[in-house]
Design a protein around this ligand. Structure first.
Ligand SMILES: Nc1ncnc2c1ncn2[C@@H]1O[C@H](COP(=O)(O)OP(=O)(O)O)[C@@H](O)[C@H]1O
Ligand SMILES: [Mg+2]
Length: 223
């Protein structure tokens, strides 16, 4: 097990100051080197849960443990450092920096980590090669197709060699051919590099690849 969540509770206030309890008490365990998928209706709280598991947001109560470390006991600063070192994120929309080329977008997270330009660029090139985009390295996002942009986003998520990758509807904006390429990359990363994945998706093909499927309903996961 790489990650364990215990009794996560999260509510939002809406504009009438009413409390919307999105997660009522969510507990789950994520296995190492597996693909775990989270499904559920729109608005069920999938993104909210993914953000908590990935330490992008804090719960009202409950815990998330990586190995034996309770990440919400960390200060914001330490949590950010932990995240940058151990976790990769891929979102539905690639969020690449438009002014920078593919290779720069992939190199930047390593440079932020204090790695030299030369080393970061070398690693970025390897990562772009692993997603089949060596020949697109010097293109800016606007010069890439939607599928290629998302593959750059996957390469960027791998920059700091995280053990776990969170993806929020990573193929939600792609056609089936481009989705299939992303699925193959995910399988390859699990099987050959031992990466763990937690993926929110509506894509039945991606659900089929999952080792574990969690369904979120009425603020809970029934496992
Ligand atoms: N920052 C926020 N403030 C207020 N309400 C929010 C916020 N984020 C999400 N919500 C609400 O919480 C519910 C769950 O959202 P979300 O986790 O994004 O669902 P999903 O990803 O399953 O579609 C939705 O009703 C959404 O409108
Ligand atoms: Mg969502």
């Amino acid at each position: 097990m790489i990650l364990k969540a215990e009794n996560l509770v999260k509510a939002y206030q809406n504009n009438q100051k009413l409390k919307l309890e999105v997660l009522k008490s969510v507990s789950l365990e994520i296995e190492e080197k597996k693909i775990s998928v989270i499904v559920g209706a729109s608005g069920a709280g999938k993104s909210t849960l993914l953000h908590l598991l990935g330490g992008l947001d804090r719960p009202d109560s409950g815990s998330v443990y990586y190995e034996d470390h309770d990440i919400f006991k960390l200060s914001d600063d330490k949590l950010t450092k932990f995240r940058n070192k151990n976790i990769g994120f891929v979102f539905q929309f690639h969020h690449l920096l438009p002014e920078f080329t593919a290779i720069e977008n992939v190199a930047i997270p390593k440079m932020i980590h204090g790695v030299s330009l030369e080393k970061s660029t070398k690693k970025a090139l390897e990562l772009l090669e692993s997603v089949g985009l060596l020949d697109r390295a010097h293109h800016k996002p606007a010069e890439l197709s939607g599928g290629e942009q998302q593959r750059v986003a996957v390469a960027r998520a791998l920059a700091n060699d995280p053990s776990i990758i969170f993806a929020d509807e990573p193929t939600g904006n792609l056609d089936s051919a481009n989705s299939e390429i992303i699925h193959q990359i995910i399988l390859n990363l699990r099987d050959n590099l031992g990466k763990s994945f937690v993926i929110v998706t509506h894509n039945p093909e991606l659900v089929k690849l999952a080792d574990t499927v969690f369904e979120i309903k009425d603020g809970k996961i029934n496992n």
